[in-house]
Structures are given as C-alpha cells and as structure tokens.
Write a protein that binds this ligand. Structure first.
Ligand SMILES: Cc1cc2nc3c(=O)[nH]c(=O)nc-3n(C[C@H](O)[C@H](O)[C@H](O)COP(=O)(O)O)c2cc1C
Length: 271
C-alpha cells in the first residue's frame, strides 16, 4: 500500500476528542500548510481557524474539541468542487499529524460559525471541521452515527468505475493496474457516506460525474455532493501525483449518455 493510500484508509471522521488543545507546534504546521493549498478550478478557498471557547462554537455530534477550521469560498461556478478539492488537502494533512477532523456541513449552529469566520457578501461557508486529538474511545453517539451511515464500508469499485459508457463496469483486468487509485477514490469521505462520485474511464481520460441524491443542495452549503466529488477528484489526482505523474484536470464534457440525475463535473487526463 502506498503512503497516501495508507493515510486515506487510516483516516476516519473523528467526533470524540481527548479535550487537549492543539499544540502550538501543530497549529503552526496547520497554518503553514493552509498557505500552500491550491485547487485546479482557480477558485480561492480560504480557511479560518476558530477557537471554540472564544466564539462559543459547538456541534451536537462532537465532544472534547476546542478548535475548528471553517472553509469559505466565493459564490462562483465550480466553487463546490474547488472547495472539496481544497478542504480535503487540509483533512489529510491534519491526519498525517495525528489530528482528527470531521467534515461538518449540517450538524452545527451555522450562524455562529459564519459570524465567527467573518463571512462576507458573495461568499459561503459550506462546511467546518473540528481539529483535535482523537479520544481513546468513541462516544456512544458517535458509534451509533457511524453505524447509521455505514461509515466503515464503501460501494464496490465495479459500481463506481465504468468502461467507456455509463453503468458498464470496468472489468477486473482494467481495474488491476489502477487498484490503489480506485481504493483512494472509494475511501473518500462524503456527506451521509453517499459516495456520489462515478467515473467513466476512456483511454487516458477519467471523467468524474456526480450522481445526485435529493436534499443536498441549498444556498448556505452549495451542493454538498458536488463537494464530495471534489474530494474524490483530489484523492485520485494526489494518487497520480504520488506516483510521479502530472495529470491535467479539464472541464470538457465528453457527452456520454448518462441518466437524468447524473451530472458531468470534470476530467482527469493522464499524460
Ligand atoms: C461534505 C460533507 C459534509 C458532511 N457533513 C457532516 C455533518 O454535518 N455531520 C457529521 O457528523 N458528519 C458529516 N460528514 C461526515 C460523513 O458522515 C463521513 O465522512 C462519512 O460518514 C464517512 O465516514 P468516515 O469519514 O469516517 O470515512 C460530512 C462529510 C462530507 C464530505
């Protein structure tokens, strides 16, 4: 298993923290890393660290956290996928330091976070995450939540990766050489663990689509499932980059016939 795949598979949402504040050293590392985060959509995503105590911030699904990060993006086309792509970099980096996170798009007092983060007109704050050290044991509430969404399982590869046409499973001989990349995509986090990403493989092109479920789009969050696709795109691209490739991400809908609730997002083009 590659180092990145290990990091991706090792990360789980953390909702029960040990109550210790993030060390000054780790906080500095996070701040420095935030300055390096980019995305291929040319949309600026900014991050604000927020002390829970100072701003009176909390989430009903979390315990023991004392620091949050809020991610903010301008209301522009492609903001959602840019956001997923950018925020997930911080999630994985934090985990490499032993710092747990949970993408939170719903279960929070949104107004308090938006105010603390200094949200301006023309911007939205789709999600926040706690930042802290995991407690040795999950709370009962967290364990139940994980069970409720099947957080420890994922959709099998042949239902996600298609061969040149919608719903045409990528045969195992074509999966084999990209097994690690497939796992990186499969184990991405997503809202309610819906895993709305689907990929049509066509030559050196990997066309990413969003399979919409109802109820994931609103004015405050944008399209949460499009954010999910941005996360999966980042995992896939980072996997290629780890292997020394420099893929392009382009937005050129190849025009494959897809069901009505399916939307083309972007293509990863391998050199
Ligand atoms: C865009 C997005 C929004 C999410 N919103 C919430 C949320 O509001 N509350 C929560 O407890 N978890 C939230 N999650 C976390 C998912 O439930 C979690 O990633 C999924 O169940 C898979 O579990 P894992 O992260 O441990 O692999 C969100 C995840 C994503 C990607």
């Amino acid at each position: 298993m590659t180092e990145l795949l290990q990091l991706i598979k090792g990360r789980k949402s953390v909702r029960t923290f040990d109550g210790k504040p993030v060390s000054t050293e780790d906080r500095e590392k996070l701040e420095k890393y935030i300055g390096t985060i980019t995305n291929p959509f040319g949309i600026p995503v900014r991050f604000v660290l927020l002390d829970a105590g100072e701003h009176g911030l909390s989430s009903p699904v979390l315990s023991g956290e004392s620091l949050y990060v809020a991610g903010i993006v301008p209301n522009l086309p492609h903001a959602d996928e840019a956001y997923g792509y950018a925020f997930e970099q911080l999630v994985l980096y934090a985990w490499s330091l032993g710092i747990g996170t949970t993408w939170i798009g719903g279960t929070m007092k949104r107004e308090a976070f938006e105010q603390a983060a200094g949200l301006s007109d023309g911007e939205r704050m789709p999600c926040v995450s706690p930042l802290g050290y995991p407690a040795s044991k999950r709370s009962i509430k967290e364990a139940l939540m994980r069970k409720g969404v099947g957080a420890d399982s994922r959709i099998p590869a042949d239902k996600l990766f298609f061969d040149g046409a919608w719903d045409q499973s990528l045969p195992t001989e074509k999966q084999a050489p990209m097994e690690d990349l497939i796992e990186m995509v499969r184990w991405a986090p997503s809202a309610v663990n819906k895993q709305p990403w689907r990929i049509i493989v066509s030559g050196r092109d990997y066309h990413f689509y969003e399979k919409h479920d109802k109820g994931y789009i609103n004015e405050k969050t944008g399209d949460l499932q499009r954010i999910d696709v941005g996360i999966a795109l980042y995992h896939f691209t980072a996997g290629l980059e780890e292997a020394g490739e420099k893929p392009d991400i382009v937005m050129e809908d190849p025009g494959f016939a897809v069901p009505e609730n399916v939307e083309y997002i972007a293509t990863v083009r391998r050199p």
